[in-house]
Design a protein around this ligand. Sequence first.
Ligand SMILES: O=c1[nH]cnc2c1ncn2[C@@H]1O[C@H](COP(=O)(O)OP(=O)(O)O)[C@@H](O)[C@H]1O
Length: 445
Amino acid sequence: MDAGSSHTALYIYEWPAEKDNNTGRVEQTHLCKVKGPGISSYASAPVKAGESLRLCMEEAKQWVPGKRHHQTPLYLGATAGMRLLNMANSSASDKVFQAVEGALQKFPFSYQGAKIISGQDEGAFGWITVNYLDERLKQGLETRGALDLGGASTQISFVSDNYDGSESPSNSVTFRLYGNDYNLYTHSFLCYGKDQSLRMMQAHQSQAGPATVLDPCFHPGYTATKNYSVLYDSPCVSDRKPKDAPDTFTHIGIGDFLQCQAAVKSVFNFTSCKYSRCSFNGVLQPLLQGPYGAFSAYYFVMNFLNLTDTSVPLEDVKEKLKRYCATNWDQIMQQHPEVKLKYLAEYCFSGTYILTLLTEGYNFTSESYSDIKFIKKIKGSDAGWTLGYMLNLTNMIPAEAPDTPLLPHPGYVSVVSVIAVLLFILFIVSLRPLWPRCSKQPQIV
Ligand SMILES: O=c1[nH]cnc2c1ncn2[C@@H]1O[C@H](COP(=O)(O)OP(=O)(O)O)[C@@H](O)[C@H]1O
């Protein structure tokens, strides 16, 4: 179960894995999203959060055959949303865990405990998931980097010939999987998920505490009254709360992509780097290498904006986004009556943030942008850290390559058949002296 900042989701993987005989892969059989704002809302709305969690677990009971309930392990992994709650108010986060554990233990599964996973693990497990589902690990092929964008944090993980872990060892994770050694570079940027980065940008725009904030990342015609205390209620921005601000401010959209890009850039710090090269905030990043899969909010946002095709030149992508941001808010609402208003209002910001993070933050260029593939699922399973986490906890990926027969089974069958035919011919030939003589002699002309 993934308990991030904005969503809590229950993933069910087949266990004990009756794996596909051909691929040996573990499949995700079901995903249940807990309705509402995720388990961190246990702190503010325990009854509502408890009820939606219970409904999701009831669904899990239906999916897992009854005779397997007791042997099915259940893990709860929490990510950046809970990391932030823990930083802001550790007793609130302890209470959330107690309440969730109490609720989960009422179910017949084998509950294995709850944990806030580290940003490094979140990045590494996302990378394992992508490469496991692609079967790149088993076959020892070139791996694919993983780009994950959540609500509260974002992760970048890849293998690079330029990185052996000696420079900034805290970014290194090593694995031995299927007989191959991997030295993975990974970094998780807390506060750089799309919700927290929006707060950081708005905090930058409103640091003087004005009553009106003109925002280039929201559509022209958009207007809303917002609360300063809500905006600054996160460790990502709390130290910047303006002293003499009124309670509320009027948030007004002006829909200007170029200004929005400049405002988004203000959340990154490019001033110092003590390593050979950095992404931002003084964090080492080796040279980008190989193909990348970008998932979670990368996909939600780029898919909505119809911008998942990375063979389209980056300049054209920006031009499209520029036009989208400049579109009037009334028109946007009319065109998308089915989309949640909060998401709809933020797509201009989110798209601009994604392009800025990729190009200015991680240094993707017009050429290497096409190495990125925006993905939601791989072969039916969600791209994300949960599958990698489960595979790790249940020791499902062997360190060594399994002992493979010299020939796969069908190969044996054909070799055995050929030998049998040869033996049979040899046997017939050895009986030659006993063959009846031919009555008709060949005629020599
Ligand atoms: O359909 C969508 N459109 C736009 N954003 C979405 C959609 N579904 C989820 N999100 C947002 O994407 C981000 C990542 O979602 P995820 O479910 O991975 O949350 P988490 O990493 O915060 O737990 C969150 O900010 C969430 O609000």
